[in-house]
Design a binder for this molecule. Structure first.
Ligand code: SF4
Length: 311
């Protein structure tokens, strides 16, 4: 049985990050926001207080053990069952991880604390920062993200804009769209203006395809997301997984044999296979697992990416 870690999960396949090892540095559910679409449920009490909510030495001890056992991942992602920048030792953690691996580091954040210089200084140590912005105006922000009283959309955007000027790494901004709440033409125009201030390298559109904190959160349709993506420009792509964890009906015919014949031609990453056969990542993982159990394929690590090839 693989060892169970308290602060680590994965590596798990992710549409945004390939294979990513998650590092959880705040407990459930310490957050500055109480988003209506949160998959972790309601935030009992929002907070803006930074503290060592989880012992960074304990996290590092687990991570070191995991690295020694052999870790193949595209990214190590600092996240949490809430907002990871609330952990006051984030910068120390990033410095320490860099000493034990060259796997790129990402921070998955709601971006609300970037108005603070210490939070920006910590996040400068990452390779990729993935913040969120779901609204173009304060009223919509309050309806969707239900922030702590000290947080405003102006602070969120000015913090991320300041960070953009200081940070030479990549910023991939996630926008979560809720049908009827932030999808009309005026709201998208307002959102676009704020995104231009932040100047992210990529914009990822998501919607409520998973269970949410509030039951009445409506997903935007795929067509709607595609039209909003076109509005937001070429850096924007839809990352919402409408398959609901199941194969997309239109592509459900791709089998483990299809994956195997692809791998007989050339080594491929998970993303290569999913894109090549037009199947969702979770179906690709299922087929890869079957083929590995049958001893037909093997995985190896190259240029920080996990590849699969036929034996
Ligand atoms: S910021 Fe993330 S963790 Fe916090 S409430 Fe929103 S979705 Fe949940």
């Amino acid at each position: 049985m693989p060892k169970e870690f308290k602060y680590l999960y994965g590596p798990v396949p992710s549409r945004r990050l390939g294979w990513s090892l998650g590092v959880d540095i705040v407990p459930l559910k310490v957050c500055t926001l109480d988003c209506i679409y949160c998959q972790l449920g309601r935030t009992p009490k929002t907070t803006v207080e930074r503290s060592e909510y989880v012992s960074i030495d304990s996290v590092l001890a687990e991570l070191t053990e995991r690295m020694e056992a052999g870790l193949e991942a595209d990214y190590i992602t600092i996240a949490g069952s809430g907002e990871p920048t609330l952990n006051s030792q984030l910068g120390k953690l990033l410095d320490a991880i860099k000493k034990i691996t060259d796997i790129p580091l990402t921070v998955l954040t709601n971006g609300t604390l970037f108005f603070r210089e210490d939070v920006r200084a910590d996040c400068l140590k990452a390779d990729v920062v993935l913040p969120s912005l779901d609204a173009g105006d304060e009223e919509t922000f309050r309806r969707i993200n239900r922030p702590h009283a000290d947080i405003s959309i102006e602070k969120l955007v000015s913090g991320l804009s300041a960070f953009r000027k200081e940070f030479s790494g990549l910023i991939w901004l996630e926008v979560f769209l809720v049908a009827g709440l932030n999808t009309n033409t005026q709201q998208i125009a307002a959102l676009k203006a704020l995104i231009e201030q932040i100047a992210p390298d990529k914009i990822h559109l998501n919607t409520a395809v998973r269970p949410t904190a509030e039951p009445d959160v409506a997903a935007a349709t795929h067509e709607k997301l595609v039209s909003i993506a076109a509005e937001l420009g070429e850096r924007c792509e839809v990352i919402a997984d409408f398959s609901g964890g199941l194969p997309l009906v239109a592509h459900a015919t791709a089998t483990a044999e299809d994956v195997f014949s692809m791998l007989k031609r050339r080594p491929c990453s998970l993303a290569d296979i999913s894109a090549g056969l037009s199947i969702p990542a979770n179906l690709t993982v299922k087929h890869l697992t079957t083929l590995q159990q049958q001893g037909l394929i093997e995985s190896y690590h190259k240029s920080r990416t996990v590849f699969f090839r036929a034996r």
